[in-house]
Design a protein around this ligand. Structure first.
Ligand code: AMP
Ligand code: GLY
Length: 642
């Protein structure tokens, strides 16, 4: 495939980097690009201020199959519409859908109509109304948020806690430079919770999840100083509930797409959902119609999926169905910005940074370039956000130390850089508390399943839960028994490698994997309602096998000492299910995180006619066998902690 990425920032450098690694990429183009992205791609030979029509002509002449648009500006001015009218395939929404970002009034109206959780709001069109309305909400709630409806490069939102803040905000919003963006002002109630962003790719074949990330908007350490475009971020987000993506899809993305369709608007492209995650779950702060910067750079490293066939399938270029990936490495990303950022009121002192330093492979970090200029043997720093230095690790703290080692080297040649060393503080603390908790109770359940957690609790033991980041994909021709055992082993090895080196007292790690097998075919968790229906139809009126493979190992800094592995099979007879019963059961949402598409212990119990073998095995952990193994092989008495 011949691919063109549009844009010139760090986000587009990351897109070029990620897409050009794909075996499906035949040739990579970027326009206008920057000195770093242009090292990985060919340039279209047109000026930076070329019209959309000239851009289309140039892309067609270059034989481009797929155009991926980075920034929101051109999308909101109809770039996708022009390119598509000329026969190009474009990943990026058309002008009518791009209004989700370019008009906050539009986004709020659609959200209200779709019943999407978001802050209550009012729209005003004059400075006097804006003042009166803001003061009324401020006096009622103790806080209020003022937002220019139009695009304002992150400078149009004012979170106000007192009258002074409101007056300051009004002054900026009604400044000449904001005239267009501030024609309408959205006044919102304050939301409380933790900010997090969700990214998905949308188009043909529905929604594909990319992941969650947390950006740090304020300039200075400790979340102080002015707002910026983002000073660094981390992904994935371990403090979210396990079903966070399901919640966002069902409460936000699906109702949004349905309501857009009502107005004849199709969405193709990346959707960035800015959320406030509160006690009651997610509430939408904003929509963006593109990847974030610096989130794109961090997600490109964290997400192990090849984005090119995925994006191509969204625009109808390939029917290839992508496996639902689960593998997301912990990644930390740090922005290095010029000394005057974000106001440009200080004279930036440029620095020369050699390619050898940016390309260095020795520390495992990667550098993406934003505001940079060409220089001999490297780049010259520009003004604004210059680099995003990111690294992955088994843990966030490992990722941090890799990235920071590169930052230190860059600071040697560019001491004026501004950067925040406190990116991801909450996840680093979370990791530390996990380590402490393992020290207190040295049994670790390596599983994210809430059902396994509940089952193991029934043995009266205290334990720590850790989520292994391994992928569950059967190999070609792999026998179900081998597959389930391999999954349990890989999860176990992953946790042992992570936790063993730091726990001299020794840790017992329990992991398991459960699959449903019928006619030699493995049924995993259904991807969508039609997948769930296929599975339930297959199980209806028949006996199937539920297999759980278990691996228990003891580990300390000198390595793994004892390993026990076993697989337990249970036969389950499902009654004859009518189409209506299946549809109603699927509509409850229960099937989606369950192998085989049903929960024998939940609403799905209505269909379970007979069970031969361990019941807890069907739920996810064969307790009798696990209890015996812990007592006999590892010397852990049951109900020890009761
Ligand atoms: P936006 O451009 O709408 O994402 O707003 C920029 C930033 O303002 C967000 O990232 C939040 O930190 C903050 N913000 C926006 N809306 C609200 C709200 N309703 N309540 C609290 N904070 C908000
Ligand atoms: N990092 C925030 C954004 O891209 O909008």
């Amino acid at each position: 495939m011949r691919v063109l990425v549009i844009g010139s920032g760090g986000r587009e450098h990351a897109l070029v980097w990620k897409l050009s690694q794909s075996p499906h990429c035949q040739q990579m183009f970027v326009w206008p690009g920057n000195p770093a992205s242009l090292r990985l791609a060919s340039k279209l030979d047109i000026p930076v201020d070329a019209s959309f029509e000239d851009l289309a002509t140039s892309a067609l002449l270059a034989g481009v199959d797929l155009v991926v648009v980075g920034p929101e500006g051109p999308l909101s001015h109809g770039l996708a519409d022009v390119l598509e009218a000329r026969g190009l395939k474009v990943f990026g929404p058309k002008k009518n859908a791009a209004q989700l970002e370019s008009s906050k009034v539009f986004a709020k109206r659609i959200m209200t109509e779709a019943g999407i959780p978001t802050a209550a709001y009012e729209v005003v069109t004059s400075q006097d109304d804006c003042h009166d309305c803001a003061i009324r909400i401020l006096n009622r709630d103790g806080g209020v948020v003022l937002k220019a409806s139009g695009l304002a490069s992150g400078k149009g939102v004012f979170v106000c806690q007192n009258e002074d803040d409101v007056n300051q905000g009004l002054k900026r919003l009604y400044n000449e430079s904001m005239k267009e963006a501030s024609e309408q002002i959205v006044i919102e109630e304050m939301l409380f919770g933790r900010e997090v962003s969700y990214f998905c790719f949308i188009g043909q074949g529905g929604i594909s999840r990319i992941g969650f990330a947390v950006d740090h908007k304020r300039l200075l350490i400790g979340d102080k100083g002015p707002n910026t475009g983002g000073m660094g971020c981390y992904s994935p987000v371990p403090w979210l509930p396990g079903d966070a993506a399901d919640q966002v899809d069902s409460l936000v993305v699906n109702p949004l797409l349905k309501t857009l369709r009502k107005y004849g608007i199709q969405y193709t492209g990346c959707l960035y959902v800015g959320l406030m995650w509160g006690d009651k779950g997610p509430s939408v702060v904003e929509f963006n119609v593109r990847l974030g910067d610096p989130e794109a750079q961090v997600l490109a490293i964290s997400d192990q999926t090849d984005w090119l066939p995925l994006i191509a399938s969204k625009v109808g270029l390939s029917a290839k169905r992508e496996p639902h990936h689960t593998l997301a490495l912990p990644v930390m990303g740090y922005v290095m910005a010029s000394s005057g950022y974000p106001f440009g009121d200080k004279q930036d002192v440029d620095a020369n940074v050699p390619w050898s330093l940016l390309d260095d492979k020795s520390d495992g970090a990667a550098v993406f370039c934003g505001s940079v200029k060409n220089s001999d043997g490297g780049i010259r720093t520009g003004s604004g956000r210059v680099f995003l230095v990111a690294a992955s690790g088994k843990t966030f703290s490992e990722a941090k130390s890799k990235a920071c080692s590169r930052i230190d080297k860059i600071r040697d040649v560019w001491p004026d850089a501004q950067w925040r060393s406190d990116i991801g503080q909450p996840v680093l603390q979370y990791e530390e508390s996990l380590q402490r908790s393992v020290t207190r109770s040295p049994i670790v359940l390596g599983s994210s399943s809430p059902r396994r957690r509940e089952l193991l609790g029934n043995l009266g033991l205290e334990f720590t839960v850790m989520k292994p980041d391994t992928e569950e994909v059967p190999r070609l021709g792999e026998d179900p028994t081998d597959y389930v055992a391999r999954n349990a082993r890989e999860k176990n090895e992953w946790i042992c490698a992570l936790i063993g080196p730091t726990h001299p007292q020794g840790v017992i790690v329990i992991s398991a994997d459960t699959i449903v097998v019928i006619d030699g075919k493995i049924l995993e968790k259904p991807l969508n309602p039609s997948d769930a229906k296929d599975m339930l139809s297959m199980l209806s009126g028949r006996v199937h096998t539920v297999m759980t493979a278990v691996r228990i190992a003891s580990v300390n800094p000198s390595g793994v000492h004892k390993v026990k592995e076993f697989t337990v099979n249970t036969e389950v007879l499902i009654k004859n299910l009518s189409g209506n019963e299946m549809d109603r059961y699927i509509a409850t949402g229960e099937p989606f995180d369950k192998a085989g598409g049903y929960a024998a212990q939940g609403l799905g119990s209505f269909m379970v006619q007979e069970i031969r073998g361990s019941f807890s095995n069907v739920v996810g952990l064969p307790l009798s066998e696990v209890g015996d193994c812990l007592q006999i092989s590892f010397g852990v008495p049951l109900w020890r902690d009761r």
